[in-house]
Ligand binder design. Structure first.
Ligand SMILES: [Zn+2]
Length: 331
């Protein structure tokens, strides 16, 4: 047997905002990623200026999207979208490789105000019932992959667990946190959004060890005992450790992703891989909007003219494009 020296070093002390840090705990067959979002999420949420509970909810969706989208092994897009009947009707988050994020929400202002007044601003209450779709788009020549799962009352963590249990059958745990940071700056208080998250998956070589309890048999005859499968000890240890992660550990700028991982897994040994940088960047462009406008009929375009110009606002970044009517005539 050859001896392979694995280099070891102390975990980095400085936090790297706007990164996704992949890691592995070989002794427990665990793999995962930690995301830490500072300026990127602040830029997206501040630009929209949604009511705080809507921003926080969208922030959780953004953190989850960064965790999932950063696993793409090819150029493409990962899109997370909810469609539900609650005060927040729709959330859309795009992750374009290698690390571009954009996001927006559609919601009913009156119902959101009522929810805030009633103190019912949990993710489950704001979303209501409906589904979450995750789409992987590798470009026009490739087929799109879409996974669907019912939105769970517990919010995005519970919904992600349900998705991986049903669709991928990979034991998975996700923790997400979003918070507002207030800092004195000169005379005023500067407000910033921060977010973080961790995803942990159990990926043993033997599929037998990944077995999870069967799904609710649904129409099985009454009295049928549910099929209980004991969970693998390595997975129980892993998910128990992740359950101890507190929100502050995911968003604290003074705690690096590496230190958090070391805190959780140092007894078993944890390896980190090259981190992925993420940033807030929309994909809209003046040319793209112009060609969208040209796809309408001249009559439809004429109806869009207000005060002598056509104005188009991008729902993702709030950027506004102004065109003189003659600029977007058919060519
Ligand atoms: Zn845009």
């Amino acid at each position: 047997m050859s001896d392979i020296a694995i280099p070891t070093r102390a975990p980095a002390t400085t936090s790297a905002d706007d990164t996704v840090q992949p890691f592995a705990v070989a002794a427990l067959d665990l793999r995962g990623r930690v995301v830490r979002l500072g300026p990127a999420i602040d830029e997206i949420l501040t630009r929209h200026d949604y009511p705080a509970p809507v921003a926080k909810l969208l922030g959780e969706a953004i953190a989850l999207t960064a965790l999932l989208g950063s696993s793409l092994k090819f150029r493409g897009k990962f899109i997370l979208q909810t469609q539900t009947d609650g005060p927040v009707r729709m959330l859309v988050v795009d992750f374009t490789t290698p690390g571009r994020l954009r996001a927006c929400a559609r919601f009913d202002k009156g119902r959101v105000a009522d929810a805030i007044a009633a103190g019912e601003t949990s993710a489950g209450a704001l979303l209501g019932q409906g589904h979450l779709a995750m789409t992987v788009d590798q470009g026009p020549d490739m087929s799109r992959y879409q996974g669907l799962v019912a939105v769970q009352a517990g919010g995005f963590e519970a919904t992600a667990h349900e998705y991986f249990r049903r669709s991928e059958q990979i034991p998975t745990r996700v923790r997400l946190a979003v918070a507002e940071e207030f800092r004195m700056e000169g005379e005023g208080v500067r407000h910033r959004w921060r977010a973080g998250g961790i995803l942990l998956q159990f990926l043993p070589k033997s599929a037998e060890r990944m077995r999870q309890a069967d799904l609710d048999p649904g129409d099985a005859p009454q009295g049928t005992a549910p099929h209980v499968v004991p969970e693998d000890e390595a997975w129980v240890e892993g998910r128990s450790l992740v359950a101890t992660v507190e929100d502050i550990e995911l968003i604290d700028p003074a705690l690096s992703s590496e230190r958090l991982l070391y805190r959780l897994f140092h007894e078993r040994g944890v390896r980190v891989f090259r981190s992925v940088a993420v940033r807030a960047q929309c994909s809209c462009s003046r040319e793209g909007v112009a060609s969208m406008l040209r796809s309408f009929s001249p009559e439809d375009r004429a109806h869009m003219v207000e005060d002598g110009a056509i104005r188009v606002t991008c729902e993702f970044c709030n950027g506004t494009y102004v065109f003189a009517p003659g600029e977007v005539e058919d060519r």
